[in-house]
Design a protein around this ligand. Structure first.
Ligand code: PLP
Length: 387
């Protein structure tokens, strides 16, 4: 990747499109622009390319191509998973963790949603989860890795619990289905996505966080899982997501996912070392603490809470020095409220305002990390004086 974005530390918000991805996409924006639904040869070739992209995505999940549905991003995939199940099963409820992304949290109505808390490291409380699931629950949605603090959830353990409850429900003759969905938006660069290892029924993927184009994503839907479509029309994506397919987007995403999954071990290893070094240095600053789980965390997210400090001010100061970092998530940064994720860890509104998220990525260098940790202590001091 030729771009010099070493000082860009907001990779959890957006990643640049990899040039190899862009190269794969371009022909489908110009000479191969055809509508995949038309019947002449050129269109059939484009349709075949879309199918190949679907096969490529399915490969990394160990899924069948027929179980992959392309969407216009992860927000839509999350909406489709939740609204799709509720729409198909009226008068049921869904169970969500309190640290889900807004595109999950905002979907069910107050009456339809039950929430499960997390511990101080951001791990879903399994006993609360078990208690929250009752015979009206048709869906559990727990994210794979959190976008603000990086905590990785034990999906397999959660899936086993859900399987047990599903079996119990069946043995009592209750026929409300119980599905397990995970939002894996932040996971593809570092974690294994095999659905049978994780034992999920639906999984959201996000091209925009994987060095692919924005507004492209996919929902894996295990065969046998019935969803009501959100967007109706021409019946594309087997009727689950109408609208002329974004072939260039799907091709780009498939390429981006392949690159990310091929390099995930090396990248996780490289970034773990860099983020560990960063954490060690930042924890030397007075009243600084690392948020999230120490071990079960994404290699690229360092979320730090500084007491008595306005995180937004610190972010602006860093920007003046050429470093881009975030407070909370890019999406919640649109509102004035402090992060619902940091508050869920047990911090007050005021305390939560002192958190910043530094998210590393493919362009991050050791030198940039060293430069960032060298200037932060003084900037934190200055920001505290101004707070
Ligand atoms: N889920 C998670 C965990 C995210 O981090 C994001 C984006 O920040 C989304 C969903 C939504 O992705 P998009 O805005 O690309 O639809």
């Amino acid at each position: 990747m030729a771009l010099d974005l070493a000082k860009y530390f907001d990779n959890a918000a957006a990643t640049p499109v990899d040039e190899r991805v862009l190269a794969e996409m371009l022909p489908f924006l110009n000479e191969n622009f055809y509508n995949p639904s038309s019947i002449y040869l050129a269109s059939r070739a484009v349709k075949q390319t879309l199918q190949t992209a679907r096969e490529d995505v399915a490969h990394w999940l160990g899924a069948r191509p027929s179980e992959i549905f392309f969407t216009a991003g992860a927000t839509e995939a999350n909406n489709l998973a939740i609204e799709g199940v509720i729409g198909q099963n009226p008068n049921t409820t869904v169970v969500l963790s309190v640290i889900e992304h807004e595109s999950v949290l905002e979907v069910p109505s107050k009456e339809q949603a039950r929430f499960v808390g997390v511990d101080e490291r951001g791990m879903v409380r399994l006993s609360q989860l078990e208690n929250a699931i009752d015979d009206t629950t048709c869906l559990v949605s727990i994210m794979y890795a959190n976008n603000e603090i990086g905590t990785v959830q034990p999906l397999k353990e959660i899936a086993d619990l859900i399987s047990k409850l599903r079996d119990d429900r069946r043995s009592r003759g209750i026929d409300v289905p119980l599905y397990f969905h995970t939002d894996a938006s932040q996971a593809a660069n570092y974690l294994d996505l095999h659905i049978n290892k994780l034992n999920v029924d639906m999984m959201t993927l996000n091209s925009a966080k994987t060095y692919g184009p924005k507004q492209v994503g996919a929902l894996y839907v295990r065969s046998g899982t019935v969803l009501k479509p959100l967007i109706v029309g021409g019946g594309q994506e087997k009727g689950l997501r109408s609208g002329t397919e974004n072939v260039a987007g799907a091709v780009g995403f498939a390429k981006a996912l392949s690159i990310a999954q091929k390099m995930r071990h090396d990248e996780a290893h490289r970034l773990e070392k860099l983020s560990q070094k960063m954490v060690e240095e930042l924890l030397k600053i007075d009243d600084a603490q690392l948020l999230g789980h120490k071990k079960h965390r994404l290699a690229n997210i360092v979320s730090i809470l500084f007491s008595k400090l306005d995180g937004e001010r610190l972010v602006m100061m860093l920007d003046e020095q050429g470093f881009q970092v975030a407070t909370g998530s890019a999406c919640s940064a649109l509102s004035d409220e402090s992060s619902h994720v940091v508050k869920a860890l047990g911090f007050s509104d005021e305390e939560a305002k002192g958190s910043i998220r530094i998210s590393l990525g493919r362009m991050t260098t050791e030198r940039a990390v060293d430069e960032l940790v060298a200037i932060l202590p003084d900037l934190v001091k200055e920001a505290r004086l101004l707070t």
